[in-house]
Design a protein. Structure first.
Lengths: 157, 157
DNA sequence: CTTGAAAAGAACTGCCT
DNA sequence: AGGCAGTTCTTTTCAAG
């Protein structure tokens, strides 16, 4: 399932994590390969599924969404409410950005985008707390995220 | 601080969230603009900082990192250990992918990538629990993440 | 904003080491 | 595997309306 990658592949991935629009020639220049060699490796990484795609990154604040909240949610009647139904209901809320099913003190972790705190309060009370099966909910409001270079774990020994 | 965007801008952003490699011509075709018009809008969105960049998305499992864990961390002696020092120490751990300072039951939320559960156990016990100032720690192991279309909140009424 | 065109650059292909 | 040289296609960029 997991592909075998050499150091050059990892260097290519690191370059594309920094800038997903780099051309094969630019990537090759950074990792010491000619344009065709870099291009063939990039294509291989995409075909193997190591590179899943490239996505623009937006600034939520510039879009008017200044508040990010992480929610931990426990399901109440664990046998009763179907997790699939619960997930579907969550997905219908546009402010819910991420729905993660997790193992631990909570059953789900959510990431919610809101315009401000009162907007978040509205979403939480009227959309999320009212879902069938919702038990305990924990909120963590994002203050500041350290910008880390992406995928450093790739190079963990 | 937040830019004014019309519906066409939002359509452009949605297109680029779906595929960050779309050319101005392809974006224009999706939103009903000519190539130069789309190109100017995209450049403007980048200059305003609405589009922060484009990044390749990798499959961690294909890279040998099959386990993702979310940690909630409370600082113990809140006045004593400097948050800046704590963050610096976290950043030195390559498996730590995200460090978020949050308001709520926990002071920090971390995202950690590990090869497997025993690898995670090693990281947690030897790298994270040993940091000065660490208090209570909560772990949530990612089971499954619902793949949501990105940035639907953009279109929340 | 559009069309049209020129210039530049990127993707892709064979062939060779 | 990688490099070189070449072709083709796309993209950018600049006109002019």
């Amino acid at each position: 399932m997991s592909a075998e990658l050499d150091d050059t592949d990892r260097a290519i991935l690191r370059a594309l994590l920094g800038d997903g629009r780099l051309s094969a020639k630019a990537v090759g220049a950074r990792v010491g390969l000619s344009q065709p060699a870099a291009w063939r490796r990039i294509r291989r990484l995409q075909e193997e599924g190591v590179i899943r795609g490239r996505r623009a990154r937006l600034d939520p604040a510039k879009l008017g969404f200044g508040v990010t909240v992480f929610l931990g949610v426990k399901l109440a009647g664990k046998g009763r409410a179907s997790p699939a139904d619960f997930e579907r209901a969550l997905i219908a809320i546009p402010e819910v950005q991420v729905v993660q099913h997790v193992l631990g003190p909570y059953d789900y972790r959510l990431r919610v985008a809101a315009r401000d705190l009162s907007d978040f309060e509205r979403i939480l009370r009227r959309r999320i707390m009212t879902l069938p099966g919702v038990g305990e909910v924990e909120s963590n409001v994002l203050l500041n995220a350290e910008p880390l270079p992406p995928a450093r774990y790739l190079f963990a020994q």
